[in-house]
Design a protein around this ligand. Structure first.
Ligand code: FPP
Length: 278
């Protein structure tokens, strides 16, 4: 990159960024931010201290994504299932998320970031809704990073809401054939591309009810790093690893597809490896 890059010259991040193919950046990264509680426990501190530190990590990662020119970043901030936690913790999380949305508004406006909220956020306390509406409205026309925050969200609830909306639409406009495109049109943010890359921190190997429809062909990258410790260098490493992956969407690798076009005699030699690889 010519001129000033997004990272301090000579830093570990600048070295990683040098290796990233800027023309093959993921278009959408989704993150399951996990491990705030464990981060706090390891320091003999209350869980809320982990959430506070998690907000700081979030701020840095959002700024990094905006600086490197990522089009969409989605963060799983609060699941419908998180209501199972003690009231003290859920109250704290609601206030923390509210403060984040309010405080970051100035940053988002200055840096052309568009905030979008997905989930059943209309069921959240009125004060939270008001902050959401304000920040979403005031950043609506921004054309840089789209920051999608999943609040009061689960993938299953999104699918239920999509089906409900689809049925309501069919009742008032006449039934249409239901296919994948029609269902997708009723998801919370149907204009967004599916995530290319899902990052999960703290080592858990599950998707925890996040983006169940959208993750169909997403590449998954898991790190043992706990969310409050997740830094730009981890994000860049995830992008580098993603760029090494071969995405086949259920088809063949370009190599195997090419072999299929070769004459039958030379094809038979490679049949065994095809079976193994696909
Ligand atoms: C996971 O830690 C994190 C959450 C439950 C969500 C809250 C996320 C934040 C506060 C980060 C900030 C996000 C925004 C959008 C400002 P955990 O409590 O599940 O950790 P544990 O599994 O170690 O207990």
């Amino acid at each position: 990159m010519k001129g000033k890059g997004p990272f301090k010259a000579g830093s570990a991040e600048a070295a990683l960024w040098q290796r990233v193919d800027r023309n093959a950046l993921p278009q959408h990264i989704a993150i399951i931010m996990d491990g705030n509680g464990r981060w706090a426990r390891r320091r003999h501190r209350p869980r809320i201290a982990g959430h506070r530190a998690g907000v700081e990590a979030t701020r840095v990662i959002v700024e990094t994504c905006a600086r490197i020119g990522l089009p969409v970043l989605s963060l799983y901030a609060f699941s419908l299932d998180n209501w199972k936690r003690p009231e003290k913790e859920t109250d704290f999380l609601m206030n923390l998320l509210r403060r984040y949305i309010r405080r970051e508004l100035a940053y988002m406006k200055r840096n052309n970031v568009r905030l979008r909220i997905i989930g059943r956020w209309r069921e959240l306390p009125r004060a939270v809704q008001e902050d959401i509406v304000r920040s979403v409205e005031e950043t609506r026309n921004n054309t840089g990073l789209q920051l999608v925050v999943a609040l009061n969200y689960t993938g299953r609830a999104e699918l239920v809401d999509a089906v409900r909306a689809l049925v309501a639409h069919a009742q008032s406009n006449g039934a249409k054939a239901v296919d994948e495109d029609e269902l997708r049109r009723h998801l919370y943010a149907s204009d967004l591309p599916d995530p290319d890359l899902l990052i999960r921190t703290s080592g858990e190997m599950r998707v925890s009810n996040f983006f169940l429809w959208q993750l169909a062909y997403t590449e998954i990258w898991v790190t043992d790093t706990l969310w409050p410790d997740f830094a730009p260098k981890h994000l860049l490493q995830a992008i580098l690893d993603f760029q090494q992956r071969e995405r086949r969407y259920g088809g063949l690798s370009p190599e195997a597809a090419q072999r299929r076009q070769r004459p039958a005699a030379s094809r038979s030699e490679s049949r065994r490896t095809d079976l193994v690889r696909n």
